[in-house]
Design a protein around this ligand. Sequence first.
Ligand SMILES: Nc1ncnc2c1ncn2[C@@H]1O[C@H](COP(=O)(O)OP(=O)(O)OP(=O)(O)O)[C@@H](O)[C@H]1O
Length: 263
Amino acid sequence: MEHTTGAHAASTPPAIEADRLSVRIRRTPILHELDFTVPAGRVTGLLGPSGSGKSTLMRSIVGVQRLGGGTLTVLGRPAGSASLRRSLGYMTQEASIYRDLSVLDNVRYFGALHGKSAADARGAVEAVGLADLAKRKASDLSGGQFSRVSLACALVGDPVLLVLDEPTVGLDPVLRVDLWERFRALADSGCTLLISSHVMEEASRCDTLLLLREGRLLGQLTPDHLRERGGSHDLEQAFLGIIRADLDRQAAGLPVPAKEHAA
Ligand SMILES: Nc1ncnc2c1ncn2[C@@H]1O[C@H](COP(=O)(O)OP(=O)(O)OP(=O)(O)O)[C@@H](O)[C@H]1O
């Protein structure tokens, strides 16, 4: 599924804008002068090998990671502004829910923080396919079910911007497809989604992709541009092609090329 960004991107300010964004953790540089935008009302995929900085970038966007340099603007305000809290939904990699509460009570709790009703909570539980398990204690769920409760907690506040750190890990293919259809429907209703993934098949479902490697942005491009630049129709191969070209550039001692933003 491909989507163009042209006219929409030109008319709507981006939901997220990074300008020379750098992050250090305990003095170690983790993110290096990233420049990118995340278009509003679109699905942006954040892709990169393990340890490339995806979670650190997401943490920066939701305001729980101190920035080391540059600027990061989220919904028109500096990342971390208190006023952004109600507009953001964030799902971490380690599901942060209460094990001793039921599925529904967890979602009701997070919904209440956003002024949402019990009906809204039931809607979010249904949306992640857990209606039949609504009364089960979170501690008695499987790993995939557990992470879906976390997703429902991120959804229930009806956020303007949804930041999801590997939301489909551990899910079966049918559920994966279901969730990606839901993500698309959310974007169609105006929500902006930033979703990290290791699964390149999922990249094809995004409007635009941010490719990270070792804390550097290798490019911001559409899935079609990724295929073109990486020299393969297969997205996994195309990404590997881009990574290999970057390794060759490094080995040759060439400088990091100017921004290659194709989206
Ligand atoms: N608290 C920390 N202290 C020191 N280093 C850290 C800390 N958190 C992250 N890092 C380092 O920062 C780098 C980026 O980590 P991050 O978790 O952002 O990567 P990631 O792309 O999300 O990885 P994965 O796909 O494996 O979850 C890694 O080298 C990691 O070891």
